[in-house]
Design a protein around this ligand. Sequence first.
Ligand SMILES: [Mg+2]
Length: 399
Amino acid sequence: MTDRRTFIKRTVMMAAAAAMAPSGILAGADSRSGQCGISSGRHCGPGACSRKMILEWEDFTARMKHTFSISGSSRDTTPIVLTRLHWNGVTGYGEASLPPYLPETQASVRSYLKKVSEEVLPRFDDPFRIEDILAEADALMPGNTAAKASLDIALHDLVGRLIGQPWWKIWGWDAAKTPYTCYTIGWDASDETVFEKTREASWSKILKVKLGRGDEQDRRMIRLIRSVNPETPMFVDANQGWKDKEYALDMTGWLKEQGVVMIEQPMDKYDIDAHAWLTERSPLPVIADEACQRLSDVRRLYGAYSGINIKLMKCTGMREAREMVSLARALGMKLMIGCMTETSVAISAAAQLSPAMEWADLDGNILIANDCFDGMKLDKGKIMLGDAPGIGVTELGMR
Ligand SMILES: [Mg+2]
């Protein structure tokens, strides 16, 4: 039991600190690339003991271990913005990942976060009001979903740390029910490279193959992988690459014979009718990725797809992702959790939702060479959730 004198002393100190703390906002735009750590490395910095939430952010460049190729583009780095939300001596971490084929940039994220700092956070002195804070932040501007996710993740991490529990536990899920993450094998012109990547992925219980480069190349990739690894179940992601529903149906039949268990976004994201036609006939579940961004998309896609791929960067973060889980489950739709190229911050945040998922594609952090956080762990590909509070991350090389 806390003795009364200690309690009074603590209360007086907190009140004094709150009175002294800046009521405004610190905009920490530090554009160092590829390095971890905000300028001071402080635990709670300017917001120490403040009753106002203080948001900081910095640009970060994730370096890929291997050149990352998807249909139409290749890259060696991914721009990211890391956020820190301070309140009363506790810090929560967040992240926006900004692959170049999407509209958001580091500049747009900084501009959004500045607006949040000036127009939303000063109106709240209690981070537990997650619903109101995030609803107001969402209403500030349309779009900006990755920027919104960077605030949402930091706020959830902060509140989880204040409660002293991880979110998978707060939500009441069973950590034993996490799925295995898949590991992605990208297209490559060299047969030898595909063999090598397939051998490197031998630890993985599920492979994911990116298709959509035309019939010859699609079948070539599957045959090359199967010649090295005939057994491991595979996901296929066509990234809207198939143009015709009859062709898509033929391919799903052939892919099922090759040990494929699910197909992601086979055709144009706007063509709901073609997907409904395919889903009705396909021997494999058909999952919406590009077609499914936010909560409002789920009901619209019901009946046209077997399930949805939820990504925090698309849906504005953990709050809305949790709502998508409930709605999709109520509609009997299958669930997958995915990611962009992300550090362990956003990956660990997504992992909190993984016990509710049938499938997971959370390999973003293991694809980058300079992850500056420690977080979600895999055990032979199975997502392991620990008891660390919030999203369960530690910043590396800071303290
Ligand atoms: Mg996809």
